[in-house]
Design a protein around this ligand. Structure first.
Ligand code: GTP
Ligand code: MG
Length: 368
């Protein structure tokens, strides 16, 4: 009896052991043929595994599509339609024009400009006897597009046009801290490199060490050269060195980052005009000075924007964070009060989330 029990246990142990060996054999029977065009798992013996078609293939990165105003302006659109929604619904009554003016002001278009738009729409509606709500909205849209038309939104690298000697063009980025200067430079580094331009980034924000780190990460993403200085170094000398480095490498363009804050505001403005002067001391020519404005600050950001525009000769605005901002009306104020065109718009934090401004697309996206 005992003997039979021992035999049974021994048999169980033998069966278990051979099962393990069998499993090992089955796994060892898998060989990866790395010489095949598409690496495949080659089967040996009776193993029946499906070979993944591209087990070792590099994943092909799909280029991300550019965002559109229509996709990213849903917050601004819903706030504007909320304000304008009922204005024309009852046809034209005694209150209509005042309500329109109020709706435009609430959409962050600014008091002066809102009044002008309301008066222009009223005059056209009266002249053409327009009373239908849909047509009245079209008049408002046309008036907005009209106010945003006729600006040169191109970004120049033409040093001859800017009166400079042959050498690298410089785009200088200014604006309050957190506006999105460094991120915009990172996005542009990718965009301009893809267009075939050779670039150098200048880490002119020496106010905090992390600023140069942040720009270095963007430089690495697009594989472009970066010139940085020590924390607290003179921003002008960093930009000067970057221009010299770009000239030595025959690079086309320097994208120069600056600090959004210093100890006092007066100093910042003085510092920035010095950076601009020094950028042209050597072989460089500043062909664009871009003021970066955070769209979520709306009207509040405008007084600071005016200070920057006074300190340096601003050639264009980059309006960031328009995605998720309810304050789309700020675009109209920038054109009417700063007299400077919005050239680029930030529609997100990703490397592709920077688009050229187009007034018709923008106004359509605000309304439909
Ligand atoms: N949603 C959104 N976020 C943005 C956009 N542009 C920048 N940001 C974010 O805004 C924050 C500040 O951006 P930065 O590029 O560091 O701003 P900065 O002007 O360089 O700031 P300082 O270096 O402090 O002067 C970051 O978290 C960015 O990711 C945009 O278009 N949309
Ligand atoms: Mg920065």
């Amino acid at each position: 009896m005992l003997f039979a029990f021992i035999i049974a246990i021994a048999a169980l142990v033998i069966i278990g052991a051979s099962f393990v060996v069998l499993r090992r054999d089955r796994n060892e029977g898998l060989v990866i043929d790395r010489d095949a065009d598409t690496p495949q798992i080659v089967e040996i013996g009776d193993v029946d595994l499906e070979a993944p078609a591209s087990a070792e293939a590099e994943p092909v990165a799909e280029p991300e599509p550019k965002p559109t105003f229509r996709d990213r302006l849903s917050t601004a659109r819903s706030s504007l339609s909320g304000f304008l929604g009922g204005v024309f619904s009852g046809g034209i009554t005694g209150d209509t024009w005042e309500s329109l003016e109020e709706a435009l002001i609430r959409a962050d278009i600014g008091v002066g400009t809102s009044t002008e738009i309301m008066e222009a729409v009223k005059a056209k509606a009266e002249a053409d006897e327009i009373t239908e709500s849909e047509l009245l909205v079209s008049l408002v849209k046309a008036e907005l597009v009209d106010r945003l038309t006729g600006f040169d939104r191109s970004l120049s690298t033409d040093v001859g046009d800017a009166g400079g000697e042959p050498g690298p063009a410089v785009w200088l980025f200014v604006g309050v801290n957190g506006a999105g200067k460094t991120t915009t430079i990172g996005k542009l580094a990718s965009r301009e490199t893809a267009k075939g331009k050779s670039l150098v980034l200048a880490a002119g924000d020496t106010f905090r060490a992390a600023a140069a780190e942040q720009l270095t990460m963007w430089a690495e993403r697009s594989d472009v050269h970066i010139v940085r200085g020590a924390e607290g170094a003179d921003p002008s000398s960093v930009v000067f060195d970057a221009v010299e480095s770009a000239n030595a490498r025959n690079a086309d363009l320097v994208l120069a980052d600056t600090a959004g804050r210093l100890q006092t505001k007066t100093n910042l403005m003085e510092e920035l005009s010095k950076v601009r002067r020094v950028a042209e001391k050597g072989a460089g020519t500043v062909t664009e000075t871009l003021l970066v404005i955070d769209a979520t600050t709306g009207q509040n950001g405008m007084s600071q924007a005016k200070q920057f525009a006074e300190a340096v000769d601003v050639t264009g605005v980059v309006l960031t964070k328009l995605d998720g901002s309810a304050k789309g009306g700020i675009v109209v104020v920038i054109h009417s009060e700063l007299g400077v065109p919005v050239k680029l718009v930030g529609l997100g934090e990703g490397i592709n989330d920077l688009v050229e401004f187009d007034e018709s697309e923008f106004v359509d996206a605000l309304f439909d």
